[in-house]
Design a protein around this ligand. Structure first.
Ligand code: SAM
Length: 259
């Protein structure tokens, strides 16, 4: 459990993550079907984090699931989230997976490659522990650099189009690199757009209000004053309420067959 979190705060935090998983469920499920998750015997979820997506993976397969992350804090949360599910939890670094070659039918990750220091090494590791003819899957990896947003908010748009992610050590352009990463790992690769639907303004507004603190913290970290953020928020909410705001950033998937 992340330090200094009370039981109530932990419960709130888990609820927020579960909401996020619900929001992306309709995008991930077709990828699970395409990757043959249902009939896999052994599945590895790499970079499982809080386990909210692992739970979804576990309900979409008849097989056994192993969930791995390098953060003991996140794995404490995962233990709580995955109570009652047949999932084994393992602490480990994805750059050096603690499994033998050719072990899993499906090795999957979600919103993960953008956060690792050497994504090429990680995809090669994922391929190594996958059985021949098995699947390596990145279910959703965003490309914030390809974000489309209207009306414009100079001074803020560039923060959400990659700058904030870069500052936190993430790669905002991982989506466009998926094909290269999978092909270079020797996989027969298919890439596609995971989120094909443009959210309605009502959905965008509800999502913003749920994560309002997160957005404010990002903008504060970028040096905006509370007055500037309030000004931005007013315009942001106005265009959502008028129903004219357009907001889309692509999230890509890759499915690689080990040959
Ligand atoms: C954004 S979270 C995604 C969690 C989960 N897959 C989801 O979609 O909710 C990224 C996770 O990757 C983990 N992570 C980052 N680098 C890692 C590494 N080298 N090995 C294993 N896990 C790592 C982090 O601890 C974090 O829990």
């Amino acid at each position: 459990m992340p330090h200094n979190r009370s039981k109530d705060e932990l419960h709130e935090f888990i609820k927020k993550l579960e909401n996020q998983a619900i929001e992306t469920a309709e995008e991930r499920h077709p990828i699970y079907i395409k990757a043959g998750l249902k009939d896999s015997e052994l599945v590895l979820d790499v970079g499982c984090g809080s386990g909210v997506v692992t739970k979804d993976i576990a309900t979409h397969t008849n097989g056994r699931v192993i969930a791995l992350d390098d953060s003991p804090d996140m794995l404490e949360i995962a233990k709580e989230v995955l109570k009652g599910y047949d999932v084994d939890i393992v602490v480990g670094d994805a750059h050096k997976l603690p499994f033998k070659d050719n072990t899993f039918d499906v090795v999957i990750c979600n919103l993960f490659l953008m956060w690792v220091s050497d994504p090429q090494k990680v995809v090669k590791e994922m391929a190594r522990v996958t059985k021949k003819s098995g699947r390596v899957v990145a279910s959703l990896e965003p490309d914030f650099g390809a974000k489309i947003h209207w009306p414009p908010h100079p001074g803020v748009d560039e923060i959400f189009a990659g700058r904030a992610i870069k500052k936190r050590g993430g790669d905002p352009y991982i989506g466009r690199k998926l094909r290269m990463l999978f092909v270079n790992a020797g996989l027969k690769t298919e890439v596609g757009l995971g989120n094909k639907r443009i959210w309605s303004c009502e959905e965008d507004k509800a999502s913003y209000l749920r994560s309002r603190t997160f957005y404010w913290n990002v903008l504060r970290r970028e040096g905006l004053s509370d007055e500037e953020i309030e000004k931005w928020e007013k315009k942001h909410l106005e265009s959502l309420e008028k129903g004219i705001q357009f907001n889309f950033f692509p999230q890509f998937y890759a499915i690689g067959i080990k040959i």
